[in-house]
Ligand binder design. Structure first.
Ligand SMILES: NC(=O)C1=CN([C@@H]2O[C@H](COP(=O)(O)OP(=O)(O)OC[C@H]3O[C@@H](n4cnc5c(N)ncnc54)[C@H](OP(=O)(O)O)[C@@H]3O)[C@@H](O)[C@H]2O)[C@@H](O)CC1
Ligand SMILES: Nc1ncnc2c1ncn2[C@@H]1O[C@H](COP(=O)(O)OP(=O)(O)O)[C@@H](O)[C@H]1O
Ligand SMILES: [K+]
Length: 504
C-alpha cells in the first residue's frame, strides 16, 4: 500500500472504525446480550449504560424541557425507567406512562423501575397536550407481533402531539430485521441504538421512521466478522481500489466498452460512459451501429466512439486486449438486435455491468444468466428485479442475497436503501444518498461508476459498494436541482471525499 493511501485510510479509521459499520439483526443482538452477561457484565449494568447513552444524546440535542416517557413491559421499557431516573436526578420534569408498574415487570426492568422512585400514569392517561419531548421505550428488539388497539392509539396520539420523539433502540412497531412497520409505529426524530445498528433501521420504512441514528457503545461482546450485514462506507472497500501509478497510461488504467443502442435512446449509454471515465477508467469506448453513430458523436468528447457492423464485430472488439470490462443495458433496447449484442458481450468473458434493458433481456432468457462471466454486477431496480427473479420474495436484504446466490454474481438492488450482495459475502446496505436521485437516468450514472471501477480491475463487490457510495455522495454534494446529465460532474468531489489521490 502506498504512503498516500495509508495516510488516507488512517484518517478514515480515526473517524469511523470498521466495527461501527456492523449491522446486527435483533434476534442475534439478544444472543450477544446474553453472551456479554454470561461473560460477567450484569444485565442491569448494560441497561444502566443504555439509559445513560440515551440521556447523553438527548441532552446534547434538547435543552431542559418536559419529557414524557412511554415504557413497555420488557427491557426496552427498562431502559425507559433508567432514562426517567437519570433525567429526574438532573432536575428535568419527567412523566412516565406505562401499563406495567413494578409488580408487572421482571428482572432488570423491574429493578430499574423500582430504582426510579417514580409512579407511572396509565398509557391511556398520558398527557401529550403540551407537546412534551416523547421518549419511546415501549418495544425494541423484542417486538413480537403487530401493534394494535390501545397501544396503537397511544402511538397515534403521540404522533399527533407534535412533540419531538426520541426512540430507544428502535421506534416501537418497527421490525429491526426488515424495516417494515408492524401494525403501527411512531416516527422518531432521533433513535439511539446499542452496540450496532440493525438492518431494520435502514431498510424499507426504517430509514424514515428512525430519523437521526446514534449507535451507542455499551460494552457488548460484539466480535469482528459476526455481523449480519455491513453499512456501506469507504472503509469497507477503499483498500481494494487502485490509484494511478506515476507511469500510468490510459489502457493500463482500464479500458471499458460501453454498448450503445438505437438513435433515440442515446443519452443513457452516454451518461454511463461519462461517469465511468470520470471514475477513472482510462479509455472508455462507446460501441454503436453506423445508423446511430452521428447522434452519439454529437455530445461526447473524451469518450471514444466505435461503429460496429454486427454482433460478430462487437464480439471481436469486446474480446480484444484493450477491453477490461463491459457495461451494457442503459439505452440498449430490447429487440432482436439488442439481444444479439448482449449475447456477443456475454461470450467475451470480461466482467460485465448489466443494467436496464440488458436485465430485461436476461429475464426473457433466464438461461443466459448462467452464462454471465464471473465477477459481473447486476444492478436492477425493483421492477427489473421482479422480472429477473420473479420467484424471490422477502425484504430487500433477503432478496438481494437470494438473487446473488441464484445468479452467482454481485447483485445491487436499487432503492432509497440500496443492498449489495455477492455470493458468499456479507451483504452491504448503502444509505449514503439523497432522494434527489429519484430522477430519470440517475441509475445510468451509477452503472458508469461501477463499470469504471470494474474496468480498473476492482472486484465486483467492491466496485458495487464504491459505486453506490460515490453515486450517493455525488447526489448529496449536488443537492436540489440534481439531474442525471449533470450528476456525473460531482463524481470528482466524491472521489476527493473518500481520499483518492495519486501515489506521488
Ligand atoms: N440487546 C442489548 O444489548 C440490550 C438491550 N437492551 C434493551 O432491551 C430491549 C429488548 O428487550 P426485550 O427483549 O425484553 O424486548 P422488548 O422490546 O422490551 O419487548 C418485549 C416485551 O414486549 C411485548 N411485546 C412485544 N411485541 C408486542 C406487541 N406488538 N404488543 C404488545 N406487547 C408486545 C413482549 O410480550 P410477549 O411477546 O412476551 O407476550 C415482551 O413483554 C432492547 O430493545 C433494548 O432497549 C438494553 O437494556 C441493554 C442492552
Ligand atoms: N428516494 C431515494 N433516495 C435515495 N436514492 C434513490 C431514491 N430513489 C431512487 N434512488 C436511487 O436512484 C437511482 C435510480 O436508478 P434507476 O431506477 O435505475 O433510474 P433510471 O433507470 O432512470 O436511471 C438508484 O441508484 C436508486 O438507488
Ligand atoms: K422503542
Amino acid at each position: 500500500m502506498s504512503a498516500g493511501r495509508s495516510n488516507a485510510l488512517r484518517l478514515m479509521m480515526n473517524s469511523a472504525p470498521k466495527s461501527g459499520r456492523q449491522l446486527i439483526f435483533p434476534a442475534h443482538m439478544a444472543e450477544i446480550d446474553a453472551r456479554t452477561i454470561a461473560g460477567g457484565t450484569p444485565g442491569i449494568v448494560l441497561m444502566e449504560r443504555a439509559g445513560q447513552a440515551v440521556v447523553t444524546v438527548l441532552r446534547g440535542i434538547w435543552p431542559r424541557r418536559p419529557v414524557l416517557i412511554l415504557a413497555g413491559p420488557g427491557n426496552n421499557g427498562g431502559d425507559g425507567w433508567v432514562i426517567a431516573r437519570l433525567l429526574k436526578e438532573a432536575g428535568w420534569p419527567v412523566t412516565i406512562a406505562s401499563d406495567w408498574p413494578a409488580g408487572a415487570l421482571k428482572g432488570d426492568a423491574k429493578l430499574a423501575c423500582e430504582a426510579s422512585g417514580i409512579t407511572p400514569v396509565p398509557l391511556e392517561e398520558a398527557d401529550f397536550s403540551a407537546a412534551p419531548l416523547i421518549v419511546d421505550a415501549l418495544f425494541g428488539a423484542g417486538l413480537a407481533r403487530s401493534i394494535e388497539g390501545k397501544l396503537a392509539e397511544v402511538l397515534r396520539r403521540a404522533a399527533a402531539s407534535g412533540g419531538p420523539v426520541l426512540a430507544v433502540d428502535l421506534p416501537s412497531g418497527l421490525c429491526g430485521t426488515r424495516g417494515e412497520v408492524l401494525g403501527d409505529s411512531l416516527k422518531a426524530d432521533v433513535t439511539v441504538t446499542f452496540g450496532a445498528a440493525k438492518p431494520g433501521h435502514l431498510l424499507a420504512e426504517g430509514r424514515c421512521y428512525s430519523g437521526q441514528l446514534h449507535v451507542a457503545d455499551i460494552g457488548l461482546d460484539l466480535c469482528e466478522g459476526e455481523e449480519d450485514a455491513l453499512w456501506n462506507h469507504p472503509l469497507l472497500w477503499w483498500d481494494r481500489m487502485p490509484l494511478p501509478p506515476s507511469a500510468a497510461h490510459k489502457y493500463a488504467r482500464g479500458g471499458l466498452l460501453v454498448v450503445g443502442g438505437p438513435r433515440h435512446q442515446g443519452g443513457a449509454a452516454r451518461l454511463t460512459a461519462k461517469a465511468a471515465a470520470v471514475t477513472g477508467a482510462g479509455a472508455v469506448t462507446l460501441a454503436v451501429s453506423a445508423q446511430a453513430a452521428d447522434i452519439y458523436a454529437a455530445s461526447i468528447d473524451a469518450i471514444m466512439l466505435r461503429t460496429v457492423r454486427d454482433e460478430s464485430e462487437l464480439a471481436d472488439f469486446a474480446a480484444s486486449d484493450k477491453i477490461a470490462a463491459i457495461a451494457i443495458g442503459p439505452g440498449l433496447g430490447t429487440d432482436e438486435k439488442a439481444a444479439a449484442w448482449l449475447g456477443a458481450v456475454l461470450s467475451a468473458g470480461k466482467p460485465l455491468l448489466l443494467d436496464a434493458d440488458a436485465l430485461t433481456l436476461l429475464a426473457k432468457r433466464a438461461e443466459r444468466l448462467a452464462g454471465c462471466p464471473e465477477g459481473s454486477v447486476l444492478t436492477p431496480h425493483e421492477g427489473e428485479f421482479k422480472r429477473l427473479f420473479s420467484d424471490v420474495s422477502g425484504s430487500p436484504l433477503e432478496r438481494a442475497e437470494e438473487a446473488a446466490r441464484k445468479s452467482g454474481q454481485t447483485v445491487l438492488l436499487k432503492g432509497a436503501a440500496t443492498v449489495i450482495s455477492a455470493p458468499g459475502k456479507t451483504p452491504v446496505i448503502n444509505t449514503r444518498s439523497s432522494p434527489y436521485l429519484a430522477t430519470a437516468g440517475s441509475g445510468d450514472v451509477l452503472s458508469g461508476i461501477i463499470a469504471g471501477w470494474l474496468a480498473q480491475g476492482v472486484d465486483s463487490q467492491a466496485a458495487a459498494g464504491a459505486g453506490a457510495w460515490m453515486h450517493g455522495e455525488s447526489s448529496l454534494q449536488y443537492g436540489p436541482g440534481l439531474t442525471a446529465d449533470t450528476l456525473w460532474q460531482k463524481i470528482p468531489n466524491a472521489l476527493h471525499a473518500i481520499g483518492a489521490r495519486t501515489d506521488d
